[in-house]
Design a binder for this molecule. Structure first.
Ligand code: PGA
Length: 255
């Protein structure tokens, strides 16, 4: 089957792994690598809030993007500790993760809050990368597709989508995130095909689907070979120079 999008997305979610100095150093090292990448490979880095603007400055004009790991849905005001989508946009963000499983499960973020964030991210002119995925319990009970469908519906149903904004969904089974256990490429492919059909039904547009959850260099080629998977969202292995460079090289070699 033909890929619906020849562009490949390599997204690095640095979570809370790197401090300011480490983030800037790594960004500068990556910038050199990025200059050698083929045009159809799009790299984006999601640094901590602390390092965001410094990393954005490093990548400015490089062809690589920076994104927010999380945003607040109000644009400004008395919300101690929060950063709005507008603020990230003004500091050079192109993307924002929304509904990451660590936000949903460790910070009890609800589908309703995810929806408010989707709207705020779109209003700020950024591209939301909606993260969805079933828990281990739902996976074992054979309820993965229902769980993901509920998250997708809550995020997109009735949402007015700006024509120019791409739709991106990261399928990240909760049990595969940060565990070292990857979802089988066959199951990830099935889920991605379902997500594409569902989002197309809700918005009229086919989304780009990324896979995330314990991606390593040895699994990159197989996952990117799946027809409905257009990229990867990598956490732990993207925050270390050696493993992230290996992943990038494997992705390029798999072209
Ligand atoms: P992981 O995280 O690669 O460490 O499993 C993926 C993610 O959280 O996006």
């Amino acid at each position: 089957m033909k890929k619906n999008n020849p562009q490949k997305y390599l997204f690095a979610n640095w979570k809370m792994y790197l401090d300011l100095a480490q983030s800037v150093k790594f960004a500068n090292e990556l910038k050199k690598e990025v200059a050698k990448l083929p045009d159809n490979i799009k790299l984006a880095v999601f640094p901590s809030n602390l390092a965001f603007s410094s990393v954005a400055e490093v990548f400015a004009g490089s062809g690589s993007a920076v994104g927010a790991q999380n945003v607040y849905w109000v644009s400004e005001g008395g919300y101690t500790g929060e950063v709005s989508a507008q603020m990230f946009a003004s500091a050079g963000a192109q993307f924002a993760l929304v509904g990451h499983s660590e936000r949903r499960h460790q910070f009890h973020e609800t589908n309703h809050e995810v929806r408010l964030k989707m709207e705020a991210i779109l209003d700020a002119g950024l591209t939301p990368v909606l993260c969805v995925g079933e828990t281990a319990k739902e996976h074992k009970a054979g309820e993965a597709h229902e769980a993901v469908e509920a998250q997708v519906r809550a995020a997109y149903a009735g949402l007015k989508w700006p024509a120019k904004c791409p739709i991106m969904v990261a399928y990240e089974p909760v049990w595969a995130v940060g565990t070292g256990v990857m979802c089988s490429p066959v199951d990830a492919e099935k889920m991605s095909a379902d997500i594409i059909a569902l989002v197309k039904g809700l918005t009229g547009t086919e989304p780009t689907v990324l896979y995330g959850g314990s991606v390593r260099s040895k699994s990159v080629a197989t996952i990117l070979a799946e027809p409905h998977i257009s990229g990867i969202l990598v956490g732990g292995a993207s925050a270390k120079k050696e493993s992230w460079m290996e992943i990038i090289h494997e992705a390029v070699a798999a072209q």
